[in-house]
Design a protein around this ligand. Structure first.
Ligand code: NAD
Length: 251
């Protein structure tokens, strides 16, 4: 509880705070993370399956694997932690969310200023002409037997608009700019082992800002943290939101 109080104080006193989230914020929505203790995805599948090389060589197999994963992802709903992050943005406490997630659950919870460093699985993009398609349109193509799904415009192969291993991250300049102007970052559910994304809290720290880490397990960057809250994201964020609202006198 002492950690929650310290975190609340940091966030209330910050002039520009941001949230930085990873797969761990979505495990309580039923989406497995990659490296966490509870059935991380890479304990079941080889990471090679999510590489651009694999996609280019085996687009059909890739889409069959992805279609299976999408059933879980599309059924998922935002949890208490996503909702708390969105409410902190509405209260003006958090200015933006930088996420490594591709599940769209921050937006579904009501967060507005979201930077998706690893793209989104809610959309696919044509590798030939760049046209984008909502994923439900792409799912219809797959389910009607067009695997890999093709562009209506030019016949090119469609790829999920997510960043596969071997591809550059998206919007990193914007994320870096935001991090460099922030005096606090609330890190939720990231192992902080995937770069360049994990530079976000490092930038904040280097500029003299405070780092709060919420995770069930130790992370790679615990040594730069000012506060570590070692528990489930849903529990931690519920307590943190309540503490902040109590201090601000909001119901
Ligand atoms: P990661 O899988 O490397 O680490 C997840 C972290 O979350 C772990 O440290 C784990 O201890 C913690 N965690 C798990 N459940 C938690 C909970 N309920 N409360 C608090 N902490 C919890 O995730 P990462 O750091 O985001 O990096 C993995 C990459 O995988 C990302 O680049 C992301 O693009 C991708 N990914 C995204 C999703 C998604 O969109 N939901 C899911 C799996 C993987």
């Amino acid at each position: 509880m002492e950690d929650i109080k310290k975190a609340a104080e940091i966030l209330i006193n910050a002039h520009h705070a941001i949230a930085f989230t990873g797969a761990g914020i979505s495990t309580e929505s039923g989406i497995p993370d990659f490296r966490g203790p509870q059935g991380g995805l890479w304990k079941q599948y080889s990471p090679e399956l999510a590489s651009i090389d694999y996609f280019l060589q085996h687009p059909k197999e890739f889409w069959l694997f992805y279609r299976m994963r999408m059933s879980t992802l599309f059924a998922a709903k935002p949890n208490r932690a996503h909702h708390a992050v969105a409410e902190l943005e509405k209260l003006g406490i958090i200015k933006a969310v930088i996420t490594q997630n591709v599940d769209g659950l921050h937006q579904a919870a009501g967060s507005r200023n979201v930077i998706e460093l690893h793209g989104t699985m809610r959309r696919a993009v044509c590798l030939a002409c760049g046209r984008t398609y909502p994923m439900d349109v792409v799912i219809k193509k797959i389910d009607s037997g067009q695997i890999p799904p093709l562009c209506d415009e030019c016949g090119g192969i469609l790829k999920p608009d997510t960043v596969l291993f071997g591809e550059p991250v998206k919007d990193f300049d914007r994320a870096r700019e935001l991090a460099l102007m922030s005096d606090a970052v609330l890190v939720i559910g990231s192992s902080l082992s995937v770069y360049p994304a994990a530079y976000v809290p490092i930038f904040v720290k280097e500029m003299g800002g405070k780092v709060i880490i919420i995770n069930m397990e130790p992370t790679e960057l615990d040594y730069i943290a000012d506060v570590i809250i070692q528990c489930k994201a849903g529990d931690a964020m519920t307590l943190l939101l309540k503490e902040i609202k109590d201090r601000l006198g909001i119901q």
